[in-house]
Design a protein around this ligand. Structure first.
Ligand code: PMV
Length: 328
């Protein structure tokens, strides 16, 4: 990186984006059924954008050991492609400040994150949301949530094949979301807060693979999978009702049932099943895998007073990390 010249004005803009977890409806959501997801604010991506006297757009993401100028990255690079999307976005009106990537000054983008990668916490979408927010406001051309959501969805498609769009939506809006692909976004508010323990198997599991496998099975046995997806749809609908009417304790049984359906879709794993079992044994009201499956995370519904002991039981059963989060 070149050094800044004395007297240069420093513009620095920061943005962050939370992690997310799917409560109900993963996989079925790809086939048009409803799913519920909530932001997880205990983990997040932070992005700083500042001007620099070095020409070009410099990206620093120490967590993935990335230190590179944008034009040297392959066109399908997850971070490079999202930056290019913002810089060439039709949504961006002309910059009133004159700040931009084409001027004399360069741009430096610093990315840090506490969201584990490929574990079902939405790290990819969170990186994209934070970059888009920081970069567009650095350029003094802020975007609406709707525009951000659309840009992130485009990027998700590059990396996940056929994403439902739930990750980008819940992270962009940073609110609990009842999501049906292609339908207007519905956010919801719990009538009473409730506590979830998230347990990470520590096994990275690319969502693209489990989504692709479910698609192959669905094509082979469409009726059976449609029935499974319909059952999941009923669970998501009931879950939203219980959450909104302040009866979250009723979600436990729904989680257990949703987990069974995900097992039938072949997306659980021995490690996920072990954590789900350990959580229930330690007094959780219900538990299920969350996200793409095969690895990544599971969630358990707990009474607040039991959260620590369930988290400890998960760690003893092999969880590499646990997060206790309140949904409110
Ligand atoms: O693994 P995650 O948390 O990114 O969740 C994937 C959820 C799926 O329903 C399996 C896929 C999708 O695009 O909705």
């Amino acid at each position: 990186m070149g050094s800044r010249r004395p007297g240069d004005l420093l513009f620095l803009v920061k943005a962050s984006a939370p992690g997310k977890i799917i409560l109900f409806g993963e996989h079925a959501v790809v086939y048009g059924r409803p799913a519920l997801a909530v932001p997880v604010n205990q983990v997040q991506v932070d992005v700083e954008v500042l001007n620099s006297s070095a020409q070009g757009v410099w990206i620093h993401a120490p967590i993935i050991d990335l230190h590179a100028e944008l034009s040297t990255l392959p066109p399908d690079h997850p971070i490079g492609s999202v930056i290019l999307k913002v810089l060439s976005s039709p949504f961006l009106p002309p910059s009133p400040s004159g700040r931009g990537a084409g001027g004399e000054d360069g741009i430096e983008i610093r990315i840090s994150s506490t969201i584990p990668v490929a574990s079902g916490l939405g790290s990819g979408a969170a990186v994209s949301v934070a970059i888009i927010c920081a970069l567009s406001s650095f350029l003094n051309r802020p975007l609406t949530n709707e525009q951000i959501n659309e840009l992130v969805f485009e990027t998700e498609k590059l990396h996940h094949g056929t994403p439902s769009g739930i990750d980008n939506t819940v992270i962009t809006y940073n609110m609990p979301v009842y999501y049906i692909k292609g339908k207007p976004i519905e956010t919801f508010k719990p009538g009473k807060p409730f506590t979830i323990v998230i347990g990470d198997t520590g096994i990275p599991a690319p969502t693209k693979e489990s989504v692709g496998d479910v698609r192959r099975l669905w094509l082979r046995d469409t009726n059976r999978f449609e029935t499974l997806f319909n059952e999941v749809a009923q669970i998501s609908t009931m879950a939203r009702h219980f959450i909104e009417t302040g009866r979250p304790e009723l979600l436990g049984e729904l989680m257990d049932h949703n987990h069974e359906l995900l097992q039938q879709m072949t997306v659980s794993s021995p490690e996920l099943d072990a954590l789900v079992h350990a959580a229930r044994k330690a007094g959780a009201l219900g538990a299920k895998l969350s996200g793409g499956g095969r690895g990544g995370n599971m969630i358990a519904l707990v009474e607040q007073a039991r959260a620590e002991s369930v988290a400890q039981a998960l760690q003893s059963a092999g969880a590499k990390r646990t997060i206790i989060t309140e949904i409110k």
